[in-house]
Design a protein around this ligand. Structure first.
Ligand SMILES: Cc1cc2nc3c(=O)[nH]c(=O)nc-3n(C[C@H](O)[C@H](O)[C@H](O)COP(=O)(O)O)c2cc1C
Length: 392
């Protein structure tokens, strides 16, 4: 097959290489998947202004996110079970991000542990924290992230309880696979995936098994995770986490201007405008549609980042024009890793970088730090006009 030129093409390769239950885990949203779809569709509806006869030489995509230099303002989102899209997935994605000069965020629910990723990378990465009821375990995760040299803690706020994802329920998703006949078939028809998975020891939740109290083996793991997300999580907990961590803090999962204003009061360094990629509250607004009101609500009190539905460099540009200082990609890099491992993550980042660069140029800008709403069309989409009626 020819080298993929778009994220959509990478996705199709991943579909053929990753067992269905894990591919579906990535390619799914909650309930009707309405918000999942809206995240992408609302980006597509935004139109760009084409400019001509401006100097397009010497372009730069370099910027900063929470004060860290980035080669382009696109980080990798924290995603659970990345090591099930491809053997050692988190380590490979972190290495690809490192070479590309963009931040990698490791999920609490990763397969490779914090220590494992740190041992296989050179630059600091970011760690995403799910706040569990077991606060001693939360403390230990924070301490482990600090000891591993993580340069930011990303606290996820929008998963106090788990949204219902029908594909996962129907697939009987579990880690590692339970090996009911359906799963055996799914794995047997993906021999490359299976072969690589046999070659690694990393096949469970590396940050949890052997670390959380009462989770020494896999049989105790599923009940522990189901019970551990904390439905009582509050703004006081955010203050407690900030104190425990003491470093750069990012609050992920803000979708409302009032919540954004409260987040700005916490003294955190950034918020991520996010609906968890449409995996939590189905029926919630798309991330990009609420970005402008959130940027307005917080002013320059806190840095604003956004994720959800970014599938191209054009989407990145649109988000930056609407006031985001940084963006994140989840599924695009997951499709990359499922398709070709580390090389696939590099491909995903290269595709986005190239699109971002060319689009910025054709909109008449040379420096990504200079883009703003003036690059966007504010006209309504053209509606098909009715044929003129003869006057009576
Ligand atoms: C398969 C998958 C697993 C995810 N796991 C986590 C997670 O462990 N922690 C978290 O904060 N967000 C998680 N997310 C949400 C992402 O961090 C991010 O918000 C979302 O993927 C962005 O949307 P996009 O996939 O359209 O780019 C996950 C998303 C996907 C697709």
């Amino acid at each position: 097959m020819a080298t993929p030129l778009t994220i959509a093409e990478l996705k199709e390769v991943a579909r053929r290489r990753v067992p269905k239950m894990f591919f579906d885990y990535a390619d799914s949203g909650a309930w009707t998947e309405g918000t999942y779809k809206a995240n992408e569709a609302d980006f597509a509806a935004i139109k760009l202004r084409q400019r001509v006869l401006v100097d397009m030489t010497n372009r730069s995509l370099e910027s900063t996110m929470i004060g860290e230099k980035v080669s382009m303002p696109v980080a990798l989102s924290p995603t659970g079970l990345t090591g099930m899209q491809h053997a050692d997935g988190e380590i490979l994605a972190a290495q690809a991000a490192e070479v590309a000069g963009v931040p990698f965020t490791l999920s609490t629910m990763s397969v490779c542990s914090i220590e494992d990723v740190a041992a296989h990378t050179i630059k600091p990465f970011w760690f995403q924290l799910y706040v569990m009821k077991d606060r001693e375990f939360v403390k230990s995760l924070i301490n482990r992230a600090r000891a591993a040299g993580c340069s930011a803690l990303v606290v996820t706020l929008d998963l106090q309880i788990l949204g219902q994802r029908h594909k996962d329920i129907r697939n009987g998703l579990s880690t590692p696979p339970k090996f009911i006949p359906k799963h055996i078939w799914q794995v047997a028809t993906r021999p490359r995936w299976a072969f690589e998975m046999l070659g690694t020891k990393r096949r469970s939740f590396g940050n949890i098994v052997g670390h959380a109290q009462g989770v020494g083996d896999l049989s105790s793991l599923s009940s522990w995770t189901a019970e551990q997300f904390d439905p009582r999580l509050s703004w006081d907990d955010v203050a407690w986490i900030k104190e425990q961590w003491g470093g750069k803090l990012i609050l992920k999962g803000i979708l409302d201007a009032e919540d954004a204003a409260m987040a700005a009061e916490t003294g955190a360094d950034a918020i991520i405008v996010s609906n968890h990629g449409g995996r939590q509250l189905d029926g919630a607004a798309s991330s990009i549609s609420v970005l402008p009101e959130i940027v307005k609500a917080v002013g320059d009190r806190i840095e604003v980042h956004v994720d959800g539905g970014i599938r191209s460099g054009q989407d990145v540009l649109k988000a930056l024009c609407l006031g985001a200082q940084g963006t994140y990609i989840g599924r695009p890099f997951l499709y990359g890793i499922g398709a070709y491992g580390k090389r696939g993550v590099t491909m995903a980042l290269d595709i986005i970088r190239n699109e971002l660069d060319i689009t910025m140029a054709l909109c008449g800008k040379r420096d990504i730090r200079d883009v703003g709403p003036e690059l966007l069309h504010h006209r309504l989409p053209v509606v098909a006009t009715e044929p003129a009626r003869p006057s009576q």
